[in-house]
Design a protein. Structure first.
Length: 325
């Protein structure tokens, strides 16, 4: 199993992009230190430039970013829950000070759109499947690990990650709701939701994961229906259904601390203080270009302090290094 990612950099009116078939799960920690370390890392030989038309398959790209130096804008998405996303946006607001931070709701397509590329550069899955469970239909004895919530009125149905995005199924979804587990109380914060009003032929959607240009594709898939796209705002579904969602902001302090620790776990092995452990000769850079950023313990300490922000318990980098190196 991989974790595919694309990172594009635009500078002086031109752009280049890099890709990975297995490192998308680390993109949050690599972007977190801010623009200078990220640009140094992704500009190193460890990240060779891909051909202009060589991009990940849209539906399997799990993380992507456009670092637009000209506009001082970071456009990105990663695979993350609601609390973690709030933590990222807060922390990046400090380490990327002076930059505009934007979430790529459509996934990789938002990056290629921002670069002005034709949609044909991305391989795209058609929305022609009418089965909500294309690959694996959970059995009656399986525990529901809630990923997305469908509501019709105040009745709620739960989906796990085995399900297709419900908005891609079209009106055939309505006939499958009775086979879904009913949700009586939310065990946690879902990563997306869809509210349906069959009488008014209206739908609303919010999602942390990519929706792959839902607003453009909805009319063809749901003829005669109208759509409200609420981006990441679950309040739209709450208002229509009457359901109360957990507050994802309640765990942000812990999530920011976990982010800071992830940054150290990734970047500490590439510090000069750990140079004795660096391979003397190897075909591949095991540090993925992080050494090009030149971050030592003192630099990482400043970054971690900024990531944590005021009022939170500090992390001493030298102490944390003893658990990593």
């Amino acid at each position: 199993m991989g974790s595919r990612a694309n990172v594009a950099i635009r500078r002086d009116g031109t752009w280049a992009h890099h890709g990975s078939n297995g490192l998308g799960y680390s993109l949050d920690a690599w972007l977190a230190p801010g623009p200078d370390p990220a640009l140094a890392m992704f500009g190193s030989e460890a990240w060779p430039v891909w051909e202009p038309g060589q991009w990940q398959w849209e539906s399997t790209c799990e993380a992507a970013a456009l670092i637009d130096v000209d506009a001082r804008e970071l456009l990105f998405f990663v695979d993350i829950d609601a609390t973690g996303r709030l933590a990222l946006l807060e922390a990046y607001g400090r380490t990327w000070e002076g930059w505009t931070i934007r979430w790529a709701y459509n996934g990789l397509a938002d990056v290629t759109d921002a670069l002005g590329l034709d949609r044909s550069v991305l391989s795209r899955d058609p929305w022609d499947n009418t089965d909500l469970f294309k690959w694996h239909r959970p059995g009656p004895g399986e525990e529901l690990i809630l990923d997305r919530l469908i509501t019709v009125g105040d009745v709620a149905y739960g989906l796990d990650r085995n399900a297709e995005d419900p908005w891609t199924v079209g009106p055939a979804l309505l006939d499958q709701l009775g086979d879904l587990p009913r949700v009586e109380a939310l065990p946690g914060m879902p990563r997306g939701g869809m509210h349906l009003d069959p009488d008014g032929r209206a739908a609303g959607v919010w999602s942390l994961g990519p929706v792959h240009h839902l607003t453009e594709r909805f009319t063809e898939r749901w003829p005669g229906w109208t759509l409200e796209f609420w981006e990441d705002r679950h309040a739209g579904q709450a208002a229509r259904s009457g359901w109360r969602f957990p507050d994802p902001a309640a765990g942000v302090d812990d999530s920011i601390r976990q982010l800071a620790e992830r940054v150290l776990d990734h970047w500490l092995p590439a510090t000069p203080e750990n140079r004795d452990a660096w391979p003397r000769s190897t075909r591949l850079d095991p540090f993925y270009g992080m050494r090009a950023a030149g971050l030592a313990f003192d630099g990482l300490q400043r970054i971690v302090d900024v990531l944590l922000g005021p009022g939170r318990e500090p992390i001493v980098v030298a102490d944390h290094a003893k658990t990593v190196l």
